[in-house]
Design a protein. Structure first.
Ligand SMILES: [Fe+2]
Length: 273
């Protein structure tokens, strides 16, 4: 499990890299103060992430560990799934240590330290979400035996990366892929284009996703408790077998039985075609 970990080498960051973090941080916090889930904003506070510069993982881990027993460790980039899941199952979040180039400020496909740390770590302060991430890691290890990793990966995608949550004042953002992106932070909440559907674990596991553009559908959870409960109560083995015989649902498509919270125009996706 430890074989992929590397030192963060915090002292090796250049002033320009810290400055880029600060720029991204200021921009996202301004966007998110009204858009992000309260638990995410609370995590930023508890971890004192407003301290200037790229966070030192050691310091970050101390605060995070005190809250929920999680830690953060550096890895060279994407690591094999099994190692990734094992780390999650052991309450360790692995993060990229490099920061994007200034010309990639809006989008890059490979997760950098801003995506991984700003996007993912604040919610790990929330005890229920922290348990969900661990449960996901354990489920991931099991999914390898069933050859159903691509279905479980969709659950991660539509929750941990691109999830929305219902709040008293409307939908809020919690997915790391959204909250670490300026343009998707707006698109996910403000745009008429995407569908927003009620969370449905089985439906999600049948739904394809886009890695190269804004999402065409988002799934909205009622609470982190719902997410954790549905994941723990699902017997994934039989579910994977059941899904074998069901066709995938293409992203952006509505199905009978969907809980449609807002029906999107899909204008953004159609324009791109
Ligand atoms: Fe991510």
């Amino acid at each position: 499990m430890d074989e992929w970990l590397i030192p963060q080498d915090w002292n090796r960051y250049e002033p320009a890299e810290h400055a880029l973090w600060d720029r991204l941080f200021a921009r996202q916090v301004a966007l998110l103060s009204t858009r992000a889930a309260p638990a995410f904003l609370e995590g930023i506070d508890v971890l004192r992430m407003s301290k200037p510069g790229i966070p030192d993982f050691e310091e970050l881990s101390k605060r995070l560990h005190a809250a929920t027993g999680w830690t953060v460790a550096a890895v060279p980039g994407l690591i094999p799934e099994e190692a990734f899941f094992q780390n999650l199952a052991n309450r360790r979040f692995v993060a990229g240590r490099f920061i994007r180039r200034p010309d990639q400020i809006d989008y890059l496909q490979e997760p950098d330290v801003f995506h991984d740390v700003f996007g993912h770590v604040p919610l790990l302060v929330n005890p229920v979400f922290a348990d969900y991430m661990q449960a996901y890691g354990r489920g991931g290890l099991r999914s390898l035996q069933y050859g159903s990793l691509h279905r479980l990966a969709r659950l991660y995608w539509y929750t941990v990366e691109f999830g929305l949550i219902r709040a008293a004042t409307g939908f809020k953002l919690y997915g790391a892929g959204i909250v670490s992106s300026g343009s998707e932070s707006r698109h996910a909440l403000d745009s008429d284009s995407p569908h927003r559907l009620g969370f449905d674990l089985k439906r999600i596991m049948r739904t394809t996703y886009r890695i190269d553009d804004f999402q065409q559908n988002y799934f909205v959870i009622d609470s982190f408790e719902q997410l954790l409960r549905d994941t723990l109560e699902t017997d994934f083995g039989p579910l994977y077998s059941e899904l074998e015989s069901q066709a995938d649902i293409e992203t952006g498509t509505l199905m009978p039985g969907d809980r449609v919270l807002t029906r999107g125009t899909q204008a953004h996706a159609m324009q791109r075609r």
